[in-house]
Design a protein around this ligand. Structure first.
Ligand code: CO
Length: 134
């Protein structure tokens, strides 16, 4: 059911510093910061030949990554995003399999303008999974 790896998201405490590490030290192509108010994060996109990275830093008071960064002050891998052909069909199958979908279970528009859902890390080897409509 899952298709391509769309991106790996890395939560960081300092977005400017993280962007500089990827741009200057690792020599990658990085975007300008993009604030995503409805997701509570500011994102820098890193383009790699075969996938993307998202460097995400908290935006606003109740950012969903604030707790993660409190536990991981240097930052760290936050989630992986897989593409699916039909996000509602994927959700229905996952729920049928007993997986927990976060939030109200309705897809929201993600960082790439496409519908996304997040899946409970306890059901997936300790990793927060995002699925995105391809
Ligand atoms: Co993501």
């Amino acid at each position: 059911m899952i298709g391509r790896l769309n991106h790996v998201a890395i939560a960081v405490p300092d977005l400017e510093r993280a962007a500089a590490v990827y741009r200057d030290t690792l020599g990658a192509e990085v975007s300008a910061p993009v604030p995503l108010a409805e997701h509570g994060v500011t994102t820098v996109f890193v383009e790699l030949p075969n996938t993307k990275l998202e460097l995400i830093a908290p935006l606003g008071e109740s950012s969903p990554i604030a707790r993660f960064l409190a536990r991981n002050p240097d930052g760290g891998p936050h989630h992986v995003c897989y593409e699916v052909d039909d996000i509602r069909a994927a959700r229905d199958r996952l729920v049928e399999e007993g997986a927990r979908v976060l939030g109200d279970g309705e897809p929201r528009i993600g960082a790439h303008g496409k519908p996304v859902l997040f899946l409970h890390p306890k059901d997936f080897c300790g990793t927060l999974i995002e699925i995105e409509q391809a």
